[in-house]
Each structure stands twice: as structure tokens, then as C-alpha cells.
Design a protein around this ligand. Sequence first.
Ligand SMILES: Cc1ncc(COP(=O)(O)O)c(C=O)c1O
Length: 405
Amino acid sequence: MLAFNTMPREFQRIKNLPPYVFAEVNKIKAEARKAGKDIIDFGMGNPDSPTPQHIVDKLKEASSDPRTHRYSLSVGIPGLRKAKAAYYERRFGVTLDPETEVIVTIGSKEGLSSLATAISKPGDTIIVPNPHYPIHAFGFTIVGAKVKYINKNFSLTPKERDQDFLKQLKKIVEKSKTKPLAVIVNYPCNPTAETTTLAFYEELVDFCHYHDILIISDLAYNELYFDGNPPPSILQVKKARDIAIEFTTMSKTYSMAGWRVGFAVGNKDIIYALKRIKSYLDYGAFAPVQIAATAALNGPQKCVEDLRKLYKERRDVLVKGLNDAGWPVEAPPASMFVWAKIPDKFLHMGSVEFSKKLITDAEAAVAPGLGFGENGDEYVRIALIENLQRSKQAIRNIKHMIQKG
Ligand SMILES: Cc1ncc(COP(=O)(O)O)c(C=O)c1O
């Protein structure tokens, strides 16, 4: 007779997941906090500002109507899809059909992972930049697809980097026995804060259209730009509609990270695939949350401007402060991150050990670049989520640490 197995159960898909790099740093952070230290935490891209009051008020109002308490729609309520289409029209001059070219997701992270489930099969190849936001690769590896990387070369200028991206992409496609399924782009980028131009998107769309490779664009930081250059959408390129899907989110633009509302827009067939898979997996976000998100998109946009100003101010203080402290870092043109090369004298440590040192010696937490891919190991990501006073305190601590060595 078979005996009941008392060993802990293991599951292949979970075993296949790589170790979580951030866990090591999080452990040190938790220990420091337990020991009573006030860690200034730039680790996660988790907006600290409250959601604007008019959006919260709309949630309150909508949630007091019992009709909103039932299951919602997994594609999102029509008003919210229309509001997203209207946003694309006024911001990018891109006309979308809210019925067939727009879908609401439960945050863009859910959208990205559902997309991976919807469009890829084991053995398919997805091309992902390295470093990258983790779900860009893991969404696909979890469902059995293979990932090939485009390694970012940070010694190049942004323009050269765009060309290098296309060069590496072409090489991967030429060398592949079977045609890769899709390529992922993310500008403004998490973690690197890089931006790009419409000219780059035009070249990318041209190439991918010719080879029939899908493009997945993650535009999470579409409204967090600081130098008067609003980031473009890939859908501004005409032929993109044939092959591209683009994700946006309420999380960063309106400080609504906990609300879980995102969007995918673009090619009808890809949106249809996402719709189909989501109809099996979920019933959509809570209707009052979607109603409040609609009010956010259709309502006054001063709150977005205010948020941009806030992040810009923090960026300027942090970048100047770190440079003055002897840590040369560049000001990001967009996103909510400073992508900082580890100072020379600590470079040998790698990003995980350096991040741990920052916690123990400077009481400041950052995200180690390795967590975003091997190519990020000479960098750490500093999120602009601490207020000015705490940012300045962190700078003083870091200065002291750098001087001490
Ligand atoms: C590039 C990028 N995409 C997607 C997300 C996920 O956003 P959400 O799931 O909150 O919409 C994030 C969050 O940090 C991100 O940085």
C-alpha cells in the first residue's frame, strides 16, 4: 500500500523559478528595522503619495451603491475603456475602438502575465531587454517560453543604445531557428529610466512587421517625465496596430498602486486573446474601483502635474546630493527611478552586497540591479519615494559611508 508522503510537497513550476534576488536585501532590511533602525527606503517603486481626493471620493460614492457589489466584467466596464481610448486620442493622437482595441486589467502586472499565458506556448522565444522589470521575463518563463536577452550597454549614449538594441534584435532573429514570438520594450524604463524616441519605434515596428514578430510595449511611466518631453506611444507608428500591444497603468500616474487598475490597448487579435484568457481567469476589478479610475482619467489632470513636480523635486535633490557626496549619478529624464552605477571603490562588491552595505552603514535601502537581470549588477535602483527631508538624511548617511570607505 502507498504511504502518505510526509515530505514537504514540491511543484515543478515553482522549482523552476529562480531565487528571488530582492529577498536577501529585504531580509537585512527587516533585521535592521527589528533592531530599531529607521531605514530610509528607496527600494520599491511603490508611490508614497495618497491617491487624489476626488478619485477616493468617487470610490466612496460608487461603493455605497449595492448594484456595484456584484461581479464586474473581466474586460472592464465600458466607461473605463472609453476613457482610456479618449486618453490615447488626446495624448497621442491615436484612435482606438474601446470594444476591440482596449481591455482593462487588474494592474498591468496581471495583464502582462495573463498575456504571456494567452499568447505563448512552451518553446516559444520572447526577446527581453536585460535588465528588465521582472515580470517581463518571468510571465513567459512561468508558462514555458524561452527568453533571449538584449543586453543594454550603459557605456553608450541613449541614441547609440537604441541602435544597439535594434542590432542585437536583428542578430537574435537571424540566429533563431524558429521565429521569435515577441519582443518587449519598456520606455521610460524600470529600472534604468531610459527613454526613447518615435524614430526608434518606427525602426522597431518596421523590422518586426517585416518578420511578423509581436511587440509588447510597457508604458507604465507615460506621465512621469521631467524635462518637457512626454514619452511617445508605440501606437503612434501606423503599422504598430498590426503587431503591437501596449500596457499602461493607474498605479504611477495617479498614485493608485493598491487599486490594481491597468490597461492593454492595440492589436485586435492580441487583445482578443487576452480577453479570452481573462474571461476564464477573473471577473475584473471591483466596479467602484473602475468607476473611480474612469473619473481619474476623465477628470482634472492637475494632480498628475503635481505628482510630476514632486518626483522632479525629489530627483533634483537626490541627484545633486549624491553627486556632492562623491557618488556620480545621472538625472533620469523620466520614470520614478535613479539608476545609479555603484561608486568605483565599491564596484567589486556587486549590487547585492553593496545594497546590504547601504542598509547597515547608511540606513538606506535600494534595489540591487542584479534583481533586474545579470546585466544590472553594476547598478542599484533608487526609487523617488521618500520625502525631501528623509532623502537628505539618506544623502548625509551615504556621504559618511563613502568617506569612510
Ligand atoms: C515597468 C512596469 N510595468 C508594470 C508595472 C506594474 O504596475 P501595475 O501592476 O501596478 O499596473 C510596474 C510596477 O512597478 C512597472 O515598473
